[in-house]
Design a binder for this molecule. Structure first.
Ligand SMILES: Nc1ncnc2c1ncn2[C@@H]1O[C@H](COP(=O)(O)OP(=O)(O)OP(=O)(O)O)[C@@H](O)[C@H]1O
Length: 330
């Protein structure tokens, strides 16, 4: 449905986006993930029409929209600071876009009512924005964006102002709402956990380049390079030597082994000593030392089971098929 067709952008001669090619499907919740400054927001703003690319085209539904002004693109955006109108009550905020489009009063009232109902905020119609919690403001910002029935919804770090509990709750709410409405949505975040839990697919960006795109599980299990392996979840990156089947010399490369792909105890492959024990609730994370390397191992915590202790000598083994070879970082 959306195609970024070789998008390149610089600011003050500094390259910000480098030849981005990416297709997003109808109805997907697609996340742009990457560290601060990697160009995620700039790409989102190019889709919204708030920036123009130096090179490349943007396509929506088979139409080239690169030169179409933002207000004609049928794309709504929710920002980190929700940008609600403080001088209008809840109802007026939600209805604003419809009023500007000269929709009839009855339709506006009906639509506002059903949208507030959708996010569990019936009864809040006359409240001032200042009388709402952060989570409530976020819900209003979301339904205000949805009110005009856009083709695409853009969410730029919309949860970063909320506390941890509310973030968690809103993640699930946004996901459920997006599925219910079925709207193609692009979500921007630098929080890998947020990206993993919410998205149908993720694109990982690094220094203006698209490094990898795919299903969260695919990116976690098969990171293409060291950057992705480190950025998404915990990982053990180990140097290894690969002996090809038909001997043509030893290949030196790096491999990623996730902490939950290692087994601790019994008679294993590598001897190690436990240096740090971290209890997280559902898992116990061990930092083990073997040949001066730290190896992280995570073990499911079963109630009543005593964790191992610092200083304990243990054997580690890798579960079958859990070593994933990495490309050298470009
Ligand atoms: N209008 C502009 N003029 C000059 N530089 C800009 C402009 N907009 C963005 N930049 C620069 O482009 C780079 C990428 O910014 P962008 O906001 O796209 O990154 P981001 O990945 O969304 O980061 P964050 O997660 O911090 O929002 C940054 O170095 C930023 O300072």
């Amino acid at each position: 449905m959306i195609l970024f067709d070789h998008i390149t952008k610089s600011f003050d001669n500094k390259p910000i986006l480098n030849d981005i090619e990416l297709a997003i499907e109808q109805g997907e919740l697609f996340t742009f993930l990457g560290p601060s400054g990697c160009g995620k927001t700039t790409l989102l703003r190019i889709l919204a029409g708030l920036e123009s690319p130096d090179q490349g085209r943007v396509w929506v539904d088979g139409h080239d929209i690169t030169s179409i002004p933002p207000e004609k693109r049928e794309i709504s955006m929710v920002f980190q600071h929700y940008a609600l109108f403080p001088n209008m009550n809840v109802e007026k905020n939600v209805a604003y876009g419809l009023k500007v489009r000269r929709i009839s009063r009855d339709v506006i009232m009906e639509r506002t009512k059903s949208l507030l109902n959708l996010v569990g905020m019936t009864g809040f119609e006359k409240r001032d924005i200042s009388q709402l919690s952060g989570g409530e403001q976020q819900r209003i910002a979301l339904v205000r964006a949805l009110a005009v029935s856009p083709k695409v919804l853009l969410l730029d770090e919309p949860l970063s102002n909320l506390d941890a509990n509310m973030r968690d709750r809103m993640r699930r709410e946004i996901r459920a709402l997006q599925k219910e409405v079925g709207i193609t949505t692009i979500f921007v975040t630098h929080d890998q956990q947020e990206a993993m839990t919410m998205s149908d697919r993720i694109a990982v960006f690094h220094q203006g380049r698209l490094v990898q795109a795919g299903h969260p599980m695919h990116i976690y299990n098969e990171p293409v390079n060291e950057f992705v392996a480190r950025f998404i979840g915990e990982s053990n990156l180990v140097s290894c030597q690969v002996f090809p089947e038909w001997f043509s010399g030893v290949k030196e490369m790096k491999a990623c082994i996730r902490p939950n792909a290692l087994h601790i105890g019994g008679r294993g492959q590598v001897e190690a000593q436990i240096k740090v024990v971290e209890f997280t609730g559902s898992t116990v994370m061990y930092d083990c030392i073997s040949r001066q390397q730290t190896i992280k191992v995570s073990v499911e915590h079963i109630q009543g089971m005593k964790p191992r202790e610092t200083g304990e000598k243990v054997w580690l083994s890798v579960k079958d098929g859990a070593v994933h070879g990495l490309q050298v970082n470009s």
